[in-house]
Write a protein that binds this ligand. Sequence first.
Ligand code: SAM
Length: 213
Amino acid sequence: MDIITMVSPEIEKYAVDHTTPLPDHMEALKQYTMDNMPSAGMLSGPIEGTLLQFLVWATGARRVLEIGCFTGFSAQMMASALPEDATLTTCEIDSDVAAIAQSHLDRSPDGHKIDIRVGPALETLKSLEGPFDLVFIDADKTSYADYYESAMGMLSDRGIIAIDNVLWSGRVLSPKDDSDRAIAALNDRISQDPRVRHVLLPIRDGVMLVHKA
Ligand SMILES: C[S@@+](CC[C@H](N)C(=O)[O-])C[C@H]1O[C@@H](n2cnc3c(N)ncnc32)[C@H](O)[C@@H]1O
């Protein structure tokens, strides 16, 4: 399965070829995910992963929250830009998937910075205390509005929220099912939210960046 993208395969390949290459253990995790996970299309991949790594580096983030761990690719990309004593908490509902992610973290140079919390993210979020410097939202789409409000409540003053799949392969233009409608509604809501400044980047499946105004 290929990584979802809004650009042609040729442009995607060109962009990957002109982006800092993944280190060997991340290339191996990407390949493992593509070869073994039925929903490998959920993987953020090298370009979005490197963008998230940039955000951690540029903001000097020390506390990162991720909603949607999967095999831990984006978590590891973000953690690689964190200082040694900084932390990333990531939420995953599927214990089997979390175990796969943990097995890769155990072999990663950045694995010790990452704490996987298994369970429904809405429950996990109730047990967490902010502030977080970066929140990456990338789990079930029908809960996106709740994740956004929860992230806003725990965001540090100069923190950033990054939200994945906000173009949803173009389905936001003509929403048909609950996930389509939830993403389109959140994009509209953020666009009218006086608390924030935001930009929708047409990278991969669409990434919305938000910070407090
Ligand atoms: C799109 S994938 C995350 C991809 C990952 N961020 C990456 O870049 O590789 C979404 C993950 O969220 C998990 N998930 C779905 N619903 C959830 C929920 N309610 N709470 C926590 N995790 C959930 C799924 O099991 C899946 O592993």
